[in-house]
Design a protein. Structure first.
Length: 253
């Protein structure tokens, strides 16, 4: 037997084996590295997606934040939304009209008074500044409420708009209430209220569709004003105002 040839073959086999083992280890290392990179990429991607979901979470607070100007009350009031069927909003009030659609009476006036009363809310200086106002010009809470000299006063915009709606309601029933627009100041008040309500509607236009429907006995389609909308629980808003606000009887407020 040729010993030299055998040794060369053995060495060649050993070298091939070592190269094979080295290549296998390299492949294993590459596969492991690829899995680690894929895992890191997956973690990073999930983190980005989760962050996006957190930033763009479709909750009530986030929706209010991106569609409303700043108000300190959003941090105090727990907003709830629920679908509401708009009933008795057709031209005819029906057999049992809502109190706000009824003809003037002491009961009707009491209902409107509840949704137009001015309740003051205390505002810190930093909240006033965040609203874009100068604290030096924003009135302080009246002394009788006991807030000292570092709490400013404000009230909810929605009740001012309802007050303006009530002004127009009273004008529509001037035979009962008298016409305030007969004086220049009264006419200015009415014009102010018309524009305030118009501004509010144009600022937050409702994109809900009012469909036209066919009704028996009508030769043309009729608007269907009975629709479902996503609404605030306004009775809860009134109760919260009455509980957390401070009823103001001063005319200059």
């Amino acid at each position: 037997m040729n010993t030299k040839k055998f040794d060369e073959e053995c060495c060649s086999w050993d070298a091939d084996f070592m190269r094979s083992q080295h290549a296998q280890r390299n492949r294993q290392h590459c596969h492991l590295l690829a899995r680690e990179i894929l895992l890191l990429f997956s973690v990073f991607t999930n983190f980005i997606l989760l962050s996006a979901l957190i930033v763009k979470r479709p909750d009530i607070e986030r929706c209010i934040e991106i569609t409303s100007a700043y108000s300190p009350l959003y941090d105090r009031y727990p907003v709830t939304l629920s679908p509401k069927l708009s009933v008795n909003s057709s031209l005819e009030p029906g057999l049992t009209p809502d109190i706000y659609r009824q003809a003037p009476s002491p009961e009707v006036d009491a209902a409107w008074s509840r949704v137009t009363s001015t309740h003051l809310f205390p505002l810190r200086k930093d909240e006033v500044v965040k609203m874009g106002k100068d604290p030096d010009y924003v009135a302080l809470m009246p002394e009788e409420f006991g807030f000292g000299d570092d709490m400013h006063a404000g009230f909810m915009d929605v009740f001012h708009k309802i007050h303006c709606l009530d002004v127009l309601r009273r004008e529509a029933h001037s035979d009962y209430y008298g016409a305030s627009s007969k004086s220049p100041l009264g006419q200015a008040h009415v014009d102010h209220c018309i524009y305030i309500l118009l501004e509010g509607l144009m600022c937050r236009p409702n994109m809900q569709i009012i469909p036209y429907i066919w009704l028996e006995g009508h030769p043309t389609p009729t608007p269907d004003f009975v629709n479902t909308d996503m609404c605030w629980d306004f009775e809860n808003v009134i109760e919260w105002k009455e509980t957390h606000g401070h009823l103001n009887d001063r005319s200059y407020f």
